[in-house]
Structure formats: structure tokens, C-alpha cells
Design a protein around this ligand. Structure first.
Ligand code: H2P
Length: 832
């Protein structure tokens, strides 16, 4: 593509070093408005981003045009979260111009790595769910699938986390503060979205009963488009994010009265809709706002999808052949009622036909079995905020229950479980049931999770629709998580097996035979060491703690949650600390425990666990008697950029959730792909990781999901007995309860101790403790044998090919969406 562009002498498209350099200098002056003398690092970032953006616009428009010309079936991925991170490195790598860009900057006296650092993370997500959506965007574009992402352009992403005296404190994440060079605002793409009001019944032109939603408040959804560059730069898809706009900028009545503040007040309130991403588990305060956010982006997206469809079609019969809509969790599930409303109320489609179209178009991914995460909106709130949708939901429900009644003969419990309305207590709309009923396919995100869905939350629905539930084990994009984040290892792999693995990760299996090659092992270790040095420097910068590069880097990075059991990890750290102090003459394997993760602001227990980790770290890191053999760090403000530094440097990957509770996990995949050995329970995708890497190359411990279930059901589990019979656990807990780590407030950790004892230890921390410590010991023992450790690490990397999100996305494409790759036509490049 380089030569073709050069021959046309179009500066903006030039991909060589000179052309890039010229564009940088021009952009700096004419778009950023600075000269090189005055430019800051951020100015240079904007300059480079804009120049790179130029180089993808033609192909972006070609891609979109091709989809239109071929009237291709598109897939629309509706997600309240897209945890993207930075885009510059990603765009350069996927366009294949990283080296040219580096050299061009070099000639101006700048370093690409510094420029990259000026880009803020797009942190429009909480954790795995949002990051999965971002990996899927990359895979759809790389697989040439006509895929669109739809979401919200939050002004504030997930909060910035700082530690103050060891406590988590949240600050606003102002990623848009200095503008976002990747987005294209589309002020002309505006859709009205309504709330509140009432429903009016009337007779339509043929005398049929019909409904209209009147006296509602109106908000406008305005589009912002971000190009999504596939690997190789051939396909460039679109992520369309909606921003809320008030319908009138000023209420002139108020304005003329001089009540300026009042006039703008309404505007501010309205635009709050897209102001901030709700952290998980913290929706209490803003429940109604959250519901409005969900409806806001879903309605705008559906209106946009129908508009696109209607450019080629005059009725809706073939909507399911032209559009697949994937619901990422239940957050956009109101879309099912919204599509019914648009089809029936606005386009005059009959109910039954609309329902067939809706169900054939939608599919739904479930990401968790945790009951508190299954959305259920109070009927009263839904009636008020979305009155017409509430009616539609009632009607869907009545028809469905009527049909099921015959089959449920006599089993009233079953009917009430199938109902879209939870009639217990204050009545609620079960969004999971709505999503299930309105979709032709429903999937879980790992084999175990999908099985558990069938047995638990959706057991009754599964009996009713046995074909509907299917599994799509998660994946991760090898571009960001190996090719870009781990350059030392990526270069080593490419030097041995070529670069085909970047596009087709299954090729990485060719590395397996190198596991026995001493020279390769040495080089593999050297790459890991380089990454560990980088992480050690980052840790020193962020926390002031010096860690030994040659210690075992034991990593647990993910949202802070009781089921993910950071507590189990820190208890083992305390036990190890005690052993080291008791046996100072033993030659210990030095260990660095690395934690990172945010706790939802209203999740007190998770925040207390953060404080505990910080308190324990303070004591351990300052205790000369352990001779630097143990260090504990909790890195602040975990985000995608931090993950890109941490993942490549890990030796041991902590995946230690209570079995049956982690739906899949994706950090487990990133770490194993980067050559970390997993210590984990048989939970989520750990089960499949074990199958792929081999049970000799993973440390599995603890209760299985079935055993967890039985133990909880038996009611016979007594954590106090377990504690009493395990001296090292007892000692660790006693130290916490007597204030060894919190001399300023000895009772600080009472709630944690209480949960582990009288609380019944719901997450079975005590039950798994002993087995976990043994697995940790096995890991430390193995680490002494660096050759053997490296061999297993290589086998991990080599056997992770199946966990590419390209594999996952092609399974969705063929088994759920029936969407096929479309090769974009690039006319400008073919004409001479
Ligand atoms: C969730 C699940 C993970 C899963 C991910 C993507 C909600 O992410 O808990 O097990 O891998 O979705 O399907 P997280 O906990 O990281 O926020």
C-alpha cells in the first residue's frame, strides 16, 4: 500500500518516514497551533494522532462504503462499556507503521515512547466485561467482519483511584479534558430519546387499537465516531458512542427574566445522562439515571440501525438477515421492548411479526451468575420512566406465560420463575428473563459458566428453549496483549516462527517444540526479565517500593471483589511472612506479591480489603528480618495501560476465585499468553486453560464448583473449625485481629474477621486456604529450577492460541450472527 500511495504523491497518506515527518511538522503548526519550540508532550501526541488518523480515513470510508454497496449483514455490538485504553500504539501497530513513526519522530528529536505516554486511557468500563468488548472490536475489524460498536461517550470514565493513608479515594477521570483526537463528532447524527410522559390509546387508520407515547421529555443523542483499525489496516470499522444533548440550549423564558442559572440548569441536568460511567455494584444512588443511560444509548442505536437498514429496504421482513444485535449483558436488554415499540408503534408492523423479527435479530451474552448483578428494575420506576415499554413488557409476558401454562401444568413455581416480573416484594422487571426471551441465542462465556447457567439462573428457560443456550468462551486480542504490550517476547517469537501468529494465534503452537531448546529458554527468560525490569521501575515510581527483579512476580490484577478472593492471597502472604521470620536461615525463594484493582466506591468490604493489603504491605516491606525476600505492592489506579506493563512481567498468575463464581476471566488468558504460570481454582476459563496448557503446567487447587455447591447446601461447613485446625491460618487471622497491621486502629478489620467466622465465610476463603498454600509452595519450589519453570512458561505461551478473541468472534459470527467477512474495496488505491 505504501508504494501505491507514494506514487500518487498524496502527502496525507504517505506512510514513509519522510512523509510522516512532514505531516507531523505541518499538523503541529496548522492544527495544534504551536511551533516546535513551544510544543508540549501533549501537543506532540495530538499532532501524531491526527497525522496517523489521516492515514486511516480513506480506508475507513472504503470499508463503510463497501458494506453499503454489498448491503452486507452487519453485527451491532451494544455495550454500556468499552474499556479501550490508549489508541496510538494500537493504531500504529495495526497499520504497520510503528517503525516509520518512530524514525520520523527521531528526526525531529522526539521519542515515540514519550509521545505515547501523553495519551490518556479511554476507561469506559469497569473490568473484564468492558475490556472484552474492546477486544471484540479489534477482532471484528481484523477478521473483516462488518461490525459496529455502540455505547455511551462518557465524559468521565471509571474513576481514578488513589490511596490516601492506604484507603482508596476516588477522583474523576477526565480523559476528554484536552480533547480526543481519535473521535469524529457528528452533530448532524441526532436522534430524539424520550422519557416519562404517558401512553395514549387511539384507533389507527384501519380502526385497530394503537398506542402513542405522549407528554414525554425529550433528549437528543448525538453521535461520535471512532475508527477501529483491524490488523493490517485493511478493514476499519466504527465505534459509535452517544452523547446527550438538551433539545433547547436555553429556556428563553427564564433567560429573558434574567434567571440565567435556571435557564442552563435544565440543560446541565439533561446532559448528565452521558456524564459518568457507573461503577459496578454502586448503582444504588443513581438507579434511575442508570436505567435512563441504558435506554438512552439503546434507543439511539436502534434508531440508527433501522435508519441504515431502511436505506436498502422498504419493509422489515429481512431485518434479521441484515442486522444481528448482540446484547453485552442485560444493560441494553430494554432494546427488546424498544425494537417492538419502534416496529409496532412507529412503523405499523403487526405484533406477532414484530416479535418474530425482534427475536431473530437479538442475541444476549450473560457474564455473571451473581444474583446482585442480575438487573431487575422496580416496576414502579419503569412505569414512570418508560411507560410504553412497561406495557410492552407486560404484553410479551402475558403471551409467553399463556403459552407456557399448558406445559407448566400444576407447577406454579415454574411459571413465576419464568415470568418477566418478579412478583415477590416490590415488583421488579427481570432484565435477564427479558433478554433471554427476546433473543434467538443466549450464551455464556466459558464452558463451565454456560453449564451453570443451564443448571441455575436459566434452568427453567433452558427447559423451555433447550436450543437457545450456547457457549462462547472468551478470548483476548493477541495484537494488544502480546504484539504491542510485550515487544521483547513478540520479537523473539517472530524471530523463530515468523509473524503469522499476530493474525492467526493458533500458529503460536509451533513454539511448543522450542520448550526443550536451551538457547530459546535463555532468550525467553531474557525477554521476561526485561519486562520485569520495566515493571519494577513502574512499581518504584508508583509506590516508592524497590522490588528484586529476580524474585518471583506473583500477580493478582482485577476488580476488587470478595469472590475474586484477594483476601485469600493476602492471608497466604501473611502466612509466608511468618514462615520467613520463623526460619531466617532457610534460603527462601524471594517473592514479590503484586496486586492492582479498583473497588466499587460503595463496596465497603472490598475497600477494607484494599486497606488491609496496604497495611500488611507497610509492615512486611519495612521488616528487615525477612531480608527483602518478600515484598507486597498494591499498584494504584489499575487500568489498561497499567495492565500492559504488568501482564508481560508476571511469573505467576493468580486466578483464585471461589469455584463457580468467576464466569470466565480474561486476565487469566493475558497472563498465560505472556508466559505466566497460573495458580487457580477450577473456575471459569481456568478449566479450559488447564486443558490447553496441560495439567503439569498449571497449579490447580481448591474446591470444585460442585464441591462448593454441596458444601454450601449441606449447611455443615464451620469456618471456625477449619481455622482452629490450621495454625498458620489462625496465626494470620490473630495478627489481623490484634492490630499487628493496624496499631492505630486494632479493630479496623473486624468486619473481615466477622465475615470469615460468624458470617459463615460465604466465599470459602478458609476452606481453600490450606490447599492454596500448598499450591503456592509448589510454585516456589518449581521457581528454584529456572530451566523447568521456563519450559512450562513456554508451553503456556505456546498453548494459548485457542484463546484469541479472533477465535471467539468467528464462533459468534458463524453460530449466532450468521455474519460473514467482507473485503473492503479500495478504489483510490487500485486506480493508477
Ligand atoms: C465479567 C466476569 C468475568 C468475565 C468478563 C467478560 C463481568 O468481568 O466477571 O468472569 O470474564 O465479564 O465476560 P469482570 O468481573 O472482570 O468485570
Amino acid at each position: 500500500m505504501d508504494a501505491r500511495y507514494k506514487s500518487r504523491e498524496i502527502e496525507r497518506r504517505s506512510l514513509d518516514v519522510d512523509g510522516l515527518k512532514r505531516s507531523f511538522l505541518e499538523w503541529l503548526v496548522y492544527s495544534v497551533g504551536k511551533d516546535a519550540r513551544a510544543a508540549t508532550r501533549r501537543d506532540w501526541f495530538h499532532t501524531v494522532a491526527l497525522a496517523v488518523r489521516d492515514r486511516l480515513v480513506d480506508r475507513w470510508m472504503d470499508t463503510t462504503r463497501t458494506y453499503y454497496q454489498q448491503d452486507a449483514k452487519r453485527v451491532y455490538y451494544l455495550s454500556l462499556e468499552f474499556l479501550i485504553g490508549r489508541l496510538l500504539t494500537n493504531s500504529l501497530a495495526n497499520l504497520g507503521i510503528t517503525d516509520q513513526c518512530r524514525q520520523a519522530l527521531d528526526r525531529i528529536g522526539l521519542n515515540l515512547d514519550d509521545v505515547v505516554e501523553a495519551e490518556p486511557d479511554a476507561a469506559l468500563g469497569n473490568g473484564g466485561l468492558g475490556r472484552l468488548a474492546a477486544c471484540f472490536l479489534d477482532s471484528m475489524a481484523s477478521e473483516a467482519l462488518p461490525g459496529y460498536g455502540y455505547g455511551i461517550r462518557y465524559e468521565f470514565g471509571l474513576f481514578e483511584q488513589r490511596f490516601e493513608h492506604g484507603w482508596q479515594v476516588e477522583y474523576p477521570e477526565q480523559w476528554l479534558q484536552f480533547g480526543n483526537p481519535w473521535e469524529f463528532p457528528r452533530p448532524e447524527v441526532l436522534y430524539p430519546v424520550q422519557f416519562y410522559g404517558r401512553v395514549e390509546e387511539f384507533r389507527d387508520s384501519v380502526g385497530e387499537r394503537a398506542y402513542r407515547w405522549v407528554d414525554a421529555e425529550r433528549v437528543l443523542a448525538m453521535a461520535y465516531d471512532t475508527p477501529v483499525v483491524g490488523y493490517g489496516g485493511d478493514t476499519i470499522n466504527t465505534l459509535r458512542l452517544w452523547s446527550a444533548r438538551a433539545t433547547r440550549d436555553f429556556n428563553f423564558g427564564h433567560f429573558n427574566d434574567g434567571a440565567y442559572m435556571k435557564a442552563v440548569e435544565q440543560k446541565v441536568l439533561t446532559e448528565n445522562l452521558s456524564r459518568v460511567l457507573y461503577p459496578n455494584d454502586a448503582t444504588e444512588g443513581g438507579k434511575e439515571l442508570r436505567l435512563k443511560q441504558e435506554y438512552f444509548f439503546t434507543s439511539a442505536s436502534l434508531q440508527d440501525i433501522l435508519r441504515r437498514y431502511l436505506q436498502h429496504h422498504s419493509n422489515f421482513d429481512s431485518l434479521p438477515d441484515k442486522a444481528a444485535i448482540q446484547l453485552n449483558d442485560t444493560h441494553p436488554a430494554i432494546g427488546i421492548a424498544e425494537l417492538m415499540r419502534l416496529l409496532v408503534d412507529q412503523h405499523g408492523v403487526t405484533w406477532d411479526k414484530a416479535w418474530d423479527i425482534t427475536r431473530a435479530t437479538f442475541s444476549y451474552t450473560n457474564h455473571t451468575l451473581l444474583p446482585e448483578a442480575l438487573e431487575a428494575w422496580p416496576v414502579r420506576m419503569m412505569e414512570r420512566v418508560l411507560p410504553r415499554h412497561m406495557q410492552i413488557i407486560y404484553e410479551i409476558n402475558a403471551k409467553f406465560l399463556n403459552r407456557s401454562k399448558a406445559r407448566a401444568a400444576g407447577d406454579n413455581g415454574r411459571l413465576s420463575r419464568l415470568s418477566l416480573i418478579d412478583e415477590r416484594g416490590d415488583r421488579r422487571v427481570r432484565m435477564g428473563n427479558l433478554a433471554f426471551l427476546g433473543s434467538h441465542k443466549v450464551n455464556g462465556v466459558s464452558a463451565l459458566h454456560t453449564e451453570l447457567m443451564k443448571q441455575t439462573v436459566f434452568a427453567d428457560f433452558h427447559a423451555e428453549f433447550p436450543e437457545r443456550i450456547n457457549n462462547k468462551t472468551n478470548g483476548i486480542t493477541p495484537r494488544r496483549w502480546l504484539h504491542q504490550a510485550n515487544q521483547p517476547l513478540a520479537a523473539l517469537i517472530t524471530s523463530r516462527i515468523g509473524n503469522g501468529w499476530i493474525k492467526d494465534l493458533s500458529q503460536i503452537s509451533a513454539l511448543a517444540e522450542k520448550a526443550d531448546d536451551l538457547v530459546f529458554r535463555e532468550e525467553f527468560r531474557r525477554a521476561k526479565r526485561k519486562n520485569k525490569k520495566r515493571l519494577a521501575a513502574y512499581i518504584a515510581r508508583q509506590t516508592g517500593v524497590d522490588v528484586q527483579v529476580d524474585s518471583l512476580f506473583d500477580v493478582q490484577v482485577k476488580r476488587m471483589h470478595e469472590y475474586k478472593r484477594q483476601l485469600l492471597n493476602i492471608l497466604q502472604a501473611i502466612a509466608l511472612y511468618n514462615e520467613m521470620r520463623d526460619n531466617p536461615t532457610v534460603s527462601w525463594v524471594p517473592v514479590t506479591k503484586i496486586f492492582a484493582g479498583k473497588a466499587a466506591p460503595s463496596y465497603h468490604m472490598a475497600k477494607l480489603i484494599i486497606k488491609l493489603i496496604n497495611d500488611v504491605a507497610k509492615v512486611v516491606n519495612h521488616d528487615p528480618s525477612v531480608h527483602d525476600n518478600l515484598k507486597i505492592v498494591l499498584l494504584p489506579n489499575y487500568n489498561v495501560t497499567a495492565a500492559e506493563i504488568i501482564m508481560p512481567a508476571a511469573d505467576l498468575s493468580e486466578q483464585i476465585s471461589t469455584a463457580g463464581m468467576e464466569a470466565s476471566g480474561t486476565g487469566n488468558m493475558k497472563l498465560a499468553l505472556n508466559g505466566a504460570l497460573t495458580i487457580g481454582t477450577l473456575d471459569g476459563a481456568n478449566v479450559e486453560i488447564r486443558e490447553h496448557v496441560g495439567e503439569d503446567n498449571i497449579f490447580i487447587f481448591g474446591l470444585t464448583a460442585e464441591e462448593v455447591n454441596d458444601l454450601r447446601a449441606s449447611g455443615g461447613f464451620n469456618p471456625r473449625d477449619v481455622i482452629a485446625s490450621n495454625p498458620s491460618l489462625k496465626r494470620a487471622l490473630d495478627m489481623i485481629s490484634t492490630g499487628v497491621f493496624s496499631p492505630d486502629d486494632p479493630h479496623r478489620y473486624h468486619p473481615i474477621l466477622q465475615a470469615l467466622t460468624d458470617g459463615g465465610d460465604h466465599f470459602l476463603v478458609t476452606a481453600d486456604f490450606s490447599d492454596y498454600c500448598q499450591a503456592q509452595q509448589a510454585a516456589m519450589d518449581l521457581y528454584r529450577d529456572q530451566e523447568e519453570w521456563t519450559r512450562k512458561a513456554i508451553l503456556n505461551t505456546a498453548n494459548m492460541g485457542w484463546f484469541s478473541s479472533d477465535r471467539t468472534i468467528m464462533e459468534y459470527a458463524t453460530e449466532i450472527w450468521d455474519v460473514h467477512p467482507v473485503k473492503p474495496e479500495h478504489p483510490a488505491e487500485t486506480e493508477t
